[in-house]
Write a protein that binds this ligand. Sequence first.
Ligand code: NAP
Length: 463
Amino acid sequence: MAYATTNPYTGEVVKTFPTATAEEIDQAVTGADATFRTWSQTPVEERAAVLAKAAEILRANKRDYAETLTLEMGKLIGEAEAEVELSAGILEYYANHGAEALAPRYLRAEGFGDQDVALVNDPLGVLYAVEPWNFPYYQVIRISAPQFLAGNTIVLKHASNVPQSALRMVELYRQAGAPENLLTNVFAGHDATDRILADSRVRGVALTGSEGAGAAIASAAAKNLKKSTLELGGADAFVVLEDAEVEKAAKWAAFGRHWNAGQVCVSSKRLIVVDAVYDRFLTEYRRHVAELVAGDPMDPSTTLAPLSSQQAADDLAVQVEKAKAEGATVEAIGAEVPEQGAFARPLLVTDIPEGSATSQTEFFGPVTQLYRAKDEEDAVRIANDTPFGLGGSVFSTDIERARKVARRIDTGMVFINQPTGVKADVPFGGVKHSGYGHELIDLGIKEFVNQKVVVVSDIDGSF
Ligand code: NAP
């Protein structure tokens, strides 16, 4: 796919960029490898200072950075500013706590003293990061902040519709004092994956994206015996039990399903409401969704953004037609949306046949799947009836009960009484078709370090 900035609100192609040649890709890896040799030897305090400075720059230029996001993928300007703030928070987290996460761990081993057997965390080398467009800064920061603190370097392949966001991340680190090629952007095609992963200087790959991309990247990584982490799609269950605060739950659901125009891996995509409160919940949910106002994402009064591209809107419409063909009921519950721009009108999908493709699908836009559950047991069954296992929510006023239900939901994250959230200091990751591995806190940093054992023996000791 060609790299281009196309404004999803106006349809205007603002700027295009040529796809990288094989030579340019090799040069990118060469640069990243050369920088790794010095960066990995740079004291951790100096590495942390670059991250702290990058956070400061983001905060000082929040609106300017935010506007690039809104221009390229249509995010509401307020949500774009929140993404800049979240990215700054992650940089700051690692600047302040990264060294702690990398500290050696001493093991108790028979016949050795307290500090004789250590697990130290050494950087691996050059990593390849393949990232999606839905959070163009956050996704890059989520992988780069921990890995730069650990001493690794990164070659970045960003989504083809956010090339300027990719370049802004490179510029950000350079302005923060990073050496050249700490973060190297390549406008690589899909066919470059094999070339990059076959390069012995590249030691691992992190992908955030769809299941299809996950399968392609994980296969290439396996063929080349490289470590991979996959952060893939989701169809988060949003379970409302009969003892929930129904009005609050409905308000949260409308937010959870429609922020970022519904294009979040952890959007509240499947609402599962027990029979006793279903009607009351639905009335409230409809009311909140009907209040959404679609329009110019740069206008702070707009509450429903366009999708990231006309292609995304067309793909969503095809999924909805398939749902209808399978016997589901589809109803418009949001107000009409402008004709100009890649908008999708909020829809409600009910009567989804059990075992249908629709019940197993991730709708990446403002389309709500709603299920009526008989009771708690039935709600858990529906929640787990999906190939995905990313996040999920449970709403109940009985927190102990909600905790027990949370443990039965087969996902990497469950939030009680709020939609799945994204925070700088809470780890992120899924199971099943949502991928493997973690990002953020110490779990994220450890994905791409060599946890090396160093044993100190008495020279006269015997085996
Ligand atoms: P996508 O098509 O998989 O794209 C994501 C990235 O992968 C882009 O840079 C894309 O490049 C690249 N890519 C796609 N296929 C590839 C291949 N065969 N070889 C090499 N690179 C490839 O994903 P999307 O549909 O745009 O993004 C939304 C998906 O990401 C959703 O499923 C969403 O749930 C998931 N997501 C997951 C998380 C998480 O943390 N779990 C977070 C955000 C999004 P091009 O742009 O050049 O095609």
